[in-house]
Design a protein around this ligand. Structure first.
Ligand SMILES: [Zn+2]
Ligand SMILES: [Zn+2]
Length: 251
């Protein structure tokens, strides 16, 4: 439990931030990142159209299962290195627009809105986490963008639920080609040796990795492997959205 002093400091931090955001909203009126409606950065209608990922999910990787099973064939055949992987929504429609806006249009206030949804997912889980980290960006992407969109989300989660955060417990040590045109096997090869986990920060920790989107899961799995190799006890993976495109036989 946080102390009364730390709770007070967090309250002050959030009210100060609120003041700044209100001032910016007055100077530059926002518009919905998905439909363009003015006055809000992500309107209620667009948010309510988001398709959440729920129902009967594989207890390991979180994909939908048609039958009343607890684990998908892939996880049974090749148990993943992470304990659980979950995503809040299907990567399509307005959530796709929101993530695109957060990533490429400097609409960084969306990070807080999306983080709140992930806090709900965490609160409904039975995860035991003592360190939260974002999927790191490559140096070239960071220089180009000026921020890591996953870190905006993970830092807000960390402050809200009072769990330690690290930006550099895992770093990208190698630039990788864009994954878009690669098949699943090529994606894993492309990520070989891309991350490095710092044992001084990860040893014996129970780690939650945050990303904006999971496509095939190759990035999360490569990062999770580094976290475990660096001595972490267990690792959980969570993203805002997930592209639901793999069949149960794909990894
Ligand atoms: Zn809208
Ligand atoms: Zn699975």
């Amino acid at each position: 439990m946080p102390s009364a002093g730390s709770t007070q400091k967090r309250k002050q931090f959030f009210s100060f931030n609120k003041y700044i955001w209100n001032a910016l909203d007055w100077l530059y009126p926002p518009s919905c990142c998905s439909c363009g409606r003015s006055g809000v950065i992500f309107c209620e209608e667009c948010q309510s159209s988001i398709m959440k990922i729920k129902g009967n999910l594989c207890i390991s990787c979180g994909i939908h299962l048609r039958k009343k099973q607890t684990k998908c064939v892939d996880c049974l055949e090749n148990p993943p290195i992470f304990r659980e992987m979950r995503s809040w929504a299907v990567y399509e429609g307005s959530i796709r627009e929101a993530i695109h806006s957060l990533k490429y249009k400097q609409n960084i206030a969306l990070g807080h809105i999306l983080a709140k949804q992930l806090i709900n997912v965490i609160n409904q889980s039975n995860w035991k986490v003592d360190l939260i980290i974002p999927i790191p960006l490559s140096d070239s992407h960071y220089k180009q963008r000026g921020y890591n969109q996953s870190a905006l989300i993970s830092r807000f989660i960390s402050k809200s639920i009072n769990i330690h955060h690290s930006n550099d417990a895992v770093v990208r040590v190698r630039d990788t080609k864009t994954q878009i045109s690669l098949d699943i096997k090529e994606r894993f090869t492309n990520l070989d040796g891309a991350f490095w986990g710092n044992p001084a920060k990860l040893n014996t920790r129970s780690v939650l990795i945050i990303d904006d989107v999971i496509t095939t899961g190759a990035t999360m799995q490569s990062c999770a492997k580094e976290v475990i190799d660096a001595g972490a006890k267990q690792v959980y993976c969570l993203s805002v959205a997930r592209a639901v495109l793999r069949t149960s036989k794909q990894k």
